[in-house]
Design a protein around this ligand. Structure first.
Ligand code: FE
Length: 131
């Protein structure tokens, strides 16, 4: 059986434009909201055009020792220049970046996933500690 986990690609985001870049504090205060930002193509820009674009970013938090992850939020990027006049004619494009806030009493790992309409699924992760 083919498993979807085999389809998630990863790499160094400084060299591969599809990898979601997670900007989050290394350590946070227990029970206090903090902000994270996830974007695509921070070092090498990813195209944003009707025929080639990022569709969504989906973010999870896996507390250390937990059996299952918690979804923090998902952003869908739905404008990519299309209009009744054809592809790349509207001038309206959603940028592939999302800002989210959450809080936790437990340290763990932020996992970000994303989807390019022609280059598939990508992932990245970052640990955070709690004080
Ligand atoms: Fe792509």
């Amino acid at each position: 059986m083919k498993e979807i986990k085999e389809l998630y690609q990863s790499a160094d985001w400084k060299q591969e434009k599809h990898v979601p870049v997670i900007e989050a504090p290394d350590r946070v205060k227990k029970g206090e909201f903090f902000s994270i930002e996830v974007t695509i193509g921070k070092e090498i820009a990813h195209p944003n055009e009707t025929k080639h674009h990022i569709r969504w970013i989906d973010v999870y938090f896996q507390p250390e020792g937990a059996k299952f992850p918690y979804q923090i939020g998902k952003a869908e990027f739905t404008a990519h220049g299309e209009s009744a006049e054809g592809p790349d004619s509207s001038t309206i494009y959603t940028h592939h970046r999302v800002s989210l806030s959450f809080k936790t009493d437990k340290k763990g790992t932020i996992l970000a996933t994303s989807y390019c309409n022609i280059h598939g699924l990508w992932q990245n992760s970052q640990e955070i500690s709690v004080e």
